[in-house]
Structures are given as structure tokens and as C-alpha cells.
Design a protein around this ligand. Structure first.
Ligand SMILES: *Cc1c(COP(=O)(O)O)cnc(C)c1O
Ligand code: SF4
Length: 346
């Protein structure tokens, strides 16, 4: 058994099995983990410094998950936008293809919390073949985004087969993998895995880090291995209350990502997913954080801040507004808040 498989096997799946100092605040958390699965592997557990810290918050079930009166199970209407099970076709030229229900850790804020890691998310040879067939018969699909769950939890052989099957479809131009493994189980990024992945270029990986403490030597090595086989790496961070809703923490995270060769891609406003309301913060907070990134730090470190609109509306950019007025003279404020003018011509 590979080292990463061993680490996964030893993962903690019930709050009562956590070290005493890290157990959640209320006895009800056992019931939370029954409804929404818990998995904290020993690698990520060791990164948690204390109860209530930003990594603990992402990993440990809390009673609030069962008392969410605001949010809904499937806010992005993914089930209705799936022409075949586990394939979401929302945008004209790309699809989201869910290929496993398993993750290296079950994030408490997961947008697909309704099904990820549960028995209700059924992925089988049949659903995979139906997905492949849908892509094959819809040549308008140019970009296949493999997600789940976490696709990099599939075995090397399974992944090799899946990627070669997608690559064999002539109309598919790019393949993307969405994976939190470089952050939550970086030892999964083995030399052998990289040898498989590099056969399927152009292949992109968007990973998911939310806090600077997640950028460890192991995570750095995982990203180096992927980048060294030519895979461009992006990051899809989620804005989370108590985790990263702070301009200094966010700037540190974004800059550290660049040092491990990961380009910040999106910063997501929290989805209205049932059980995650306690993680949400306002769009005003997100825009203030963006204003303190834009211009103040490398443009390379600035992601697109976006909300995934309810009911399948798609991702909508929430970039702070710099334009005061448009017309013959454009009036705007710069990153320092100074009023500037630009002759718009016309
Ligand atoms: C986010 C998402 C995509 C990809 O969107 P990009 O803006 O191209 O990264 C595609 N399909 C679905 C259903 C999505 O939720
Ligand atoms: S790794 Fe992604 S899909 Fe899995 S639980 Fe975390 S946010 Fe959800």
C-alpha cells in the first residue's frame, strides 16, 4: 500500500476519536458527522494547531451544520442541470464531470455537501460511461472539468483509463482536474502519478488552498512535481469566516501560492449550501479584501472574486468597482483611492 493510502486508511471519521484537545464544543457533533461525513487524515490533523483555528474550522464538524435555516441542499441547481447523472452541463462549451464521491478530507463548507462522501452519490462504471458518451456526442464541449469528490483519489490505473478515454474524444480541447489533494494529502502526488498525468496535455489542475498554514514543505513538493511535468496550476479559494476573511491572511496566502507555482484563479463567495451558513461572510467583506490586494500586491497574486449565482446562473465576477463615471471623460479611482481621469475619445 502506498504511503498516501496508508495515511487515508488511518483517517479519523468520528469527532470522539479526535485528540481530546481538538474535540468540538458540543456532544451533538457525532450526529453532524452522521449526516455529513467527516474525514480528517493524519497529515492534515497534524497541521491543526489548536481547537477553533482556521484549519480546525475547515475539518471538524460543528453543531451549526444541522441548524442552518438559510441555505438549501443544491443551490447551484446542479441536479437539474445534469443531462446524465454526475455530469453538469451549465455553460455552452464546458462540463463538470463528477468521477468519484471520495475526498482526502471532507471540508465542512463543501458546496456539494449534500452528497460528497455519502451513499447518495453513486458513481459507477455506468455513470462514467454515460458521461463519456454525453461528451462524445456533444462536440460543442471543448473543456472537461473533472471533479467530484476528488479525482486524484482514484487509483493510478483508473485515472489513466479515464483521462485516456476523455483524450480520445477529438472535440475535447482541454482537460481540467479540480483537486484539493495537493493541500490535504500532498503525498498522493507521486512521481508515478505525474508520469500518468503528463500524457494527457493540455491538462490543467485547479487546486484549493484556503489558509497560509496549509502551504507546507509537502504541499510545495506536490505542486513542484505537478508543475515540473508541465501542468499549469491554479487555485480556487473559498472566502470563509474565521478562516481567511482578513486582508493580511488573504494576501499572504495568495503570495505564498505563487512561490509554490500556483496561480490564484478564483476567490469564491460562499455558496448557499445547507450546513455551511456559519462560514459565510458578506460580499462587502470580500470586496474590501480584494481592494487591499489589487494594486497593493503582484497582479499575479490577484484572483477573480466571484459568486456562483443561484439556480445555475453561473459565476458572476464581484470585482470592486473602480469606475466613478463613464462618458467622454472616464472618471475612476485608483488602488490608493485617488480620483483619476482618462480621455475616452468618441
Ligand atoms: C465553475 C463551473 C465551470 C467552470 O467555470 P470556469 O469559469 O470556466 O472556470 C463549469 N461548469 C460548471 C457546472 C461549473 O460550476
Ligand atoms: S475537497 Fe472539495 S469536493 Fe471534497 S469536501 Fe473539500 S470542498 Fe468538497
Amino acid at each position: 500500500m502506498a504511503r498516501w493510502q496508508n495515511i487515508l486508511k488511518q483517517a479519523i471519521t468520528a469527532p470522539k476519536d479526535l485528540p481530546v484537545g481538538l474535540q468540538p464544543f458540543m456532544p451533538e457533533s457525532g450526529a453532524v458527522a452522521d449526516q455529513y461525513p467527516m474525514r480528517i487524515n493524519t497529515y492534515y490533523l497534524n497541521l491543526i494547531k489548536e481547537k477553533g483555528d482556521p484549519l480546525w474550522l475547515q475539518a471538524v464538524p460543528q453543531p451549526q451544520e444541522l441548524h442552518d435555516q438559510v441555505c438549501v441542499a443544491d443551490p447551484l441547481d446542479e441536479e437539474n442541470l445534469s443531462p446524465v447523472a454526475n455530469l453538469v452541463h451549465k455553460y455552452p462549451d464546458r462540463v463538470l464531470f463528477l468521477v468519484t464521491s471520495q475526498c482526502a478530507m471532507y471540508c465542512r463548507f463543501c458546496t456539494r455537501k449534500r452528497k460528497v462522501g455519502t451513499a447518495s452519490m453513486v458513481i459507477s462504471d455506468d455513470t462514467i460511461h454515460a458521461g463519456l458518451n454525453y461528451i462524445r456526442t456533444h462536440p460543442e464541449i471543448k473543456d472537461v472539468l473533472i471533479s467530484g469528490g476528488d479525482p486524484l483519489l482514484l487509483s493510478d490505473d483508473r485515472l489513466d483509463w479515464l483521462l485516456s478515454s476523455i483524450r480520445a474524444i477529438p472535440s475535447v480541447e482541454i482537460i481540467r482536474i479540480g483537486s484539493r489533494v495537493p493541500c490535504t494529502l500532498p503525498m498522493r502526488i507521486t512521481a508515478k502519478l505525474c508520469r500518468i498525468l503528463k500524457k494527457y496535455h493540455p491538462l490543467y489542475i485547479n487546486t484549493h488552498f484556503n489558509h497560509p498554514d496549509e502551504i507546507t514543505a509537502e504541499a510545495s513538493l506536490a505542486c513542484k512535481r505537478l508543475a515540473d511535468v508541465g501542468i499549469p496550476l491554479g487555485c480556487q479559494t473559498v472566502l470563509l469566516k474565521g478562516v481567511n476573511d482578513d486582508a493580511t491572511i488573504m494576501a499572504t496566502l495568495m503570495r505564498k501560492l505563487l512561490t509554490i507555482r500556483v496561480k490564484p484563479y478564483y476567490l469564491f463567495q460562499g455558496d448557499l449550501t445547507r450546513g455551511t451558513n456559519h462560514f459565510r461572510t458578506t460580499i462587502e467583506t470580500g470586496q474590501k479584501i480584494m481592494q487591499q490586494l489589487i494594486g497593493h500586491t503582484s497582479g499575479m497574486a490577484v484572483p477573480t472574486y466571484a459568486v456562483d449565482g443561484p439556480d445555475g446562473a453561473g459565476k458572476i465576477p464581484l470585482t470592486p468597482n473602480y469606475i466613478e463615471s463613464l462618458g467622454k471623460q472616464l472618471c475612476f479611482t485608483n488602488y490608493q483611492g485617488k480620483t483619476c481621469f482618462y480621455d475616452n475619445g468618441g
